[in-house]
Design a protein around this ligand. Structure first.
Ligand code: SAM
Length: 230
């Protein structure tokens, strides 16, 4: 049995098709688990740093999966080739801006229109806005807590009609803000407290712009967590 945390197990539920590319695959556990569970037939495990790449290679060899899982060293989507015909790309355990950068820089590698399953740790707004620019439509979202951290999962499919997100939807997630689970409130109340703390330490004359940004974010959070119907 492949040891996989709850966060990545939840990500695995959204994998579609035969071929997975897991980008930032420091141990290759997600591709190994997906293969073990018969969710996929083959995978590419991409990693930019030598150490984690070697660890992925070792794990794939230890689980006798070298025929099915190709571990590749490279930056972002550069490891994906057109002939791979990937059906799902997972990018997990990173901040929203880094995931967005990987997708934008690797846009040409999305030609086979794979499903994207993205799990960001922070600033998912940037990621959702990037999906909109790439002509992807969010089809599902999830929020979970593990070891004291709250994570968001965004699932997106290529769309012929572009998705249009309001600023509020981009920040809170179009599906997550409809459901408003206890965890959703916990996340945003926590963000609210963090922003209020930052605000206390800012000088209104020297940090005018940052203060405006924070006040704007606080207003949006307040609206969303107070308004049950939004
Ligand atoms: N995906 C795993 C998970 O969710 O547990 C690993 C997360 S780990 C925090 C992030 C991994 O992504 C690291 O191993 C890092 O080296 C790799 N990484 C960061 N930027 C990358 C990039 N541009 N291309 C490929 N891998 C990257």
């Amino acid at each position: 049995m492949i040891p996989l945390n709850q966060r990545l197990k939840q990500v695995s539920q959204y994998i579609k098709g035969d071929t997975l590319a897991d980008i930032g695959s420091d141990h290759a556990y997600l591709p190994l688990y997906a293969l073990e569970q018969n969710l996929i037939q083959r995978a590419i495990a991409g990693e930019v740093i030598e150490g984690p790449y070697k660890s992925s290679q070792r794990n794939v060899a230890n689980y006798h999966a070298t025929h099915e899982i190709d571990v590749r060293l490279g930056d972002g989507l550069t490891v994906v080739q057109p002939e791979d015909q990937v059906s799902t790309i997972t990018i997990c355990g990173m901040g929203g801006p880094l995931i967005a950068k990987i997708l934008t820089e690797g846009q040409a590698k999305l030609a086979s229109q794979p499903r994207l399953v993205l799990q960001s740790n922070i600033q998912t707004k940037t990621l959702r806005q990037c999906l909109q620019q790439l002509n992807y439509r969010i089809v599902s979202e999830d929020i979970l807590e593990e070891k004291g951290h709250i994570y968001e999962i965004v699932v997106a499919d290529y769309a012929t009609t572009p998705m249009t997100l309001s600023e509020t939807e981009a920040m809170f997630g179009p599906y997550l803000m409809k459901d408003k689970t206890d965890l959703f409130y916990k996340k945003w109340e926590h963000e609210q407290q963090a922003l209020l703390k930052i605000k206390q330490n800012l000088d209104p004359t020297r940090h005018k712009e940052r203060l405006q940004q924070i006040n704007h974010q606080l207003t949006l959070i307040d609206e969303v967590i107070r308004n049950e119907n939004q």
